[in-house]
Design a binder for this molecule. Structure first.
Ligand code: 7RM
Length: 651
């Protein structure tokens, strides 16, 4: 499905199938009835202070807040005057009950090694590593970069940061040295936590090497902690680099959780914007914790004895909120898997579901499309009867993929929660409640309590049911981003200048006649590759940094597996461009940004279609990349023959 144009909308509009929650599910659900949902939603809308104040009783406070909310969006502060700690809420409070011996994290490594950390174990490791951080000079308020594989030490590192009030900035392992350097510099990180390497389909990705290279360009970083994971060769710089296991040897396991202000910065997560520079989305303590805790409970219907698995990488917000913070705040058991879904074969996920009797499974449409391609024989080999609830996130799910998920994985027994949210929203905003909502394939259905969305025109006028427009939020919510790190102007500009008085999500959406929300994808120049947001501008700047590239324009196009693929139109300083040049540029982008941004198509052209004022007409390029007829106005085009020549090349 195309997310950049209206193309995918028709099939979605015609979707009339509805799937009410099965009676057995409703009976045991945390939220059971439409009335209950309606009442919660209305209350949260009319009396947010009362509603969220009541919800905040589910958190453990060192000191109760004075006010639930203060100030209007975008500058709303939540739970001011309160003192709280996220790590305490994820760990300590579970220790004086039977949960101390409950599995907090069930971890499976790609090579097949496993570890189970009970709440008590995780607490001990987190306390120890928090003491390590202190010993290395990390103080409350400092920034810590984390560039790690999906190993338990990653979870430990995050929770240790939050325990002492150091702000973590996790960088997905697919990013390159240059990307790490940019983020280190922007956050002025004091320390980097990494590993020797990471396993990916049996091969080692050298993480420490990338960190070493990045440090040539990021001078704020004084120390590096290295987890030994693959045993690969690394160079350890004396007085800068330390082995995790050595630091953890003789360190105390006593570390009180620091009493932090509700609005203390918890983490920065860099996400692509429509200009080249990534945006450092900043989340704070109490509101984020409350948002992830409550939504985990509502949407995933978490129960004490559930085994819950979110397949995301912790390098993305989904992993932050729904592998670690949300589930652990609820005292749940969360599964964490290190590797690829098709290693050693395409049955790996289903093998894990069977092995741990997973009850709740949360993944992305891009993964589901890959499963479909690999064939039903893989899931069919395993016992999936433990599953009771399925979830999806990251991009619009096409109805066919939804139906396959429902039938082949859910065996027509499991409700599917299609959860719409963003790095910026911190927590799920729109989603079915699995015991309440009749789902429609491809719709994220309705807003959760506390979420007041609207669909508006460019001028901010509310649109009636049935018409598509810009998705906005009319009311502040606790887990909203507070700023873009170091650039509050850009924060105001990006999210609050487009539509007066509203948060602008950057997505197009529509409601249908029953009031269901259907997301139509990004309206800006951001592409969504396999559920990962990438800025077209970033890929363009990477291309243009190659000495032979004169100009580049990058657009997304519908891609069967990835959702959107990356198509690059490139004009060279000299020559026409050939296969060798194409390979060279692909390599170049991978080196600059990382494998995640690998171009799918490179098309050489002596010129690019531009407006008279010199703006590249991406809309036209998107049509060409998608193999569509050019839609709409081409009169502003500077040189109409460019289009013809581009089309010919595409044939
Ligand atoms: C959680 C996450 C956010 C963008 C968002 C949308 C798209 C996410 C859905 C979706 C349709 C969904 N954070 N998106 N979930 N589109 N249905 N259920 O993905 O910051 O990386 O991306 O992803 O365009 O704005 S994110």
């Amino acid at each position: 499905m195309s997310t950049n144009s209206g193309d995918g909308i028709e099939s979605v509009l015609n979707e009339t199938r509805t799937f009410p929650p099965p009676a057995e599910f409703v009976e045991q659900a945390n939220i059971k009835s439409e009335e209950e949902y309606q009442q919660m939603w209305q209350r949260a809308k009319d009396d947010p202070e009362g509603f969220w104040g009541e919800m905040a009783e589910n958190l453990d406070w060192f000191q109760k807040y004075d006010k639930v909310m203060e100030g209007d969006m975008p500058d709303t502060k939540w739970f001011t005057g309160g003192k709280i700690n996220v790590s305490y809420n994820c760990l300590d409070r579970h220790l004086d009950s039977w949960r101390k011996n409950k599995a907090a994290i069930i971890w499976e490594g790609e090579p097949g090694d496993t570890r189970v950390l009970r709440y008590q174990d995780l607490h001990r490791e987190v306390c120890k590593f928090a003491n390590v951080l202190k010993k290395l000079g990390v103080e409350t308020g400092d920034r810590v970069t984390i560039y790690m594989p999906m190993v338990p030490e990653l979870a430990i590192a995050m929770l240790a940061c939050s325990r002492i009030g150091a702000t973590h900035s996790i960088i997905f392992g697919g990013f390159s040295a240059d990307a790490i350097a940019d983020r280190n510099n922007d956050a002025e990180a004091k320390i980097v936590i990494t590993a020797d390497g990471s396993w990916r389909r049996g091969k080692e990705l050298p993480l420490k090497k990338a960190v070493d290279d990045s440090l040539e360009k990021s001078s704020t970083v004084k120390k590096v902690v290295v987890v030994q994971r693959t045993g690969g060769d690394v160079e350890m710089v004396p007085d800068r680099d330390y082995w995790w296991h050595e630091l953890m040897q003789d360190i105390s396991a006593d570390c009180e959780a620091t009493e932090l202000d509700s609005e203390h910065p918890l983490f920065i997560l860099y996400t692509s914007g429509s200009t080249g520079k990534p945006k450092g989305v900043l989340h704070t303590t109490a509101g984020y914790l409350l948002g992830t805790q409550m939504t985990s409970k509502w949407v995933f219907d978490l129960k004490e004895d559930d085994t819950y698995w979110c397949t995301a990488d912790i390098g993305w917000v989904t992993g932050h909120s729904y592998i670690i913070y949300g589930p652990l705040a609820n005292g749940a058991t969360t599964v964490m898997y290190e590797g690829a879904p098709n290693w050693p074969n395409e049955g790996r996920f289903w093998e894990i579901v069977e092995k741990y009797s997973v009850n709740i499974f949360y993944t992305a449409p891009t993964a589901i499309r890959a499963f479909i391609k690999w064939g039903d024989q893989w899931p069919n080999q395993y016992d999936l009867s433990s599953l009771r609830l399925l979830g999806t996130v990251g991009e619009p799910i096409n109805p066919e993929a939804w139906m396959w998920y429902h039938k082949t994985i859910g065996q027509e027994r499991c409700p599917i929660v299609d959860t719409w949210w963003q790095t910026e929203t911190g927590a799920i905003m729109m989603s079915p409640l699995p015991g309440v909502t009749a789902t429609k394939p491809g719709s994220c259905t309705f807003p959760l309590p506390g979420v007041v969305p609207d669909i508006v025109t460019k001028d901010g006028e509310s649109l009636p049911k049935g018409s598509g427009g810009l998705l906005v939020m009319r009311q502040s919510w606790p887990s909203m981003l507070r700023t873009l790190y170091g650039d509050h102007e850009r924060f105001l500009e990006t999210y609050f200048s487009e539509i007066e008085g509203c948060y602008f999500a950057g997505d197009g959406a529509r409601t249908d006649e029953d009031g269901y929300y259907w997301i139509m994808g990004r309206v800006d120049d951001v592409i969504n590759v396999s559920g990962h947001r990438l800025s077209t501008m970033e890929v363009e700047s990477a291309l243009v940094s190659h000495p032979k590239v004169a100009e580049a324009a990058v657009v997304g196009f519908p891609h069967e597996l990835k959702g959107e693929g990356i198509c690059c139109f490139v004009s060279l300083t000299e020559g026409e461009g050939d296969d060798a040049m194409e390979k060279e540029l692909i390599q170049h982008v991978r080196q600059q940004i990382g494998a995640i941004a690998t171009p799918d198509k490179i098309q050489f052209s002596p010129t690019l279609p531009k407006t008279r004022s010199g703006k590249i007409m991406r809309r036209l390029l998107r049509d060409i990349a998608a193999g569509r007829e050019t839609s709409g106005d081409t009169t502003t085009l500077e040189d109409a023959s460019v289009l013809e020549s581009l089309r010919k090349k595409d044939e």
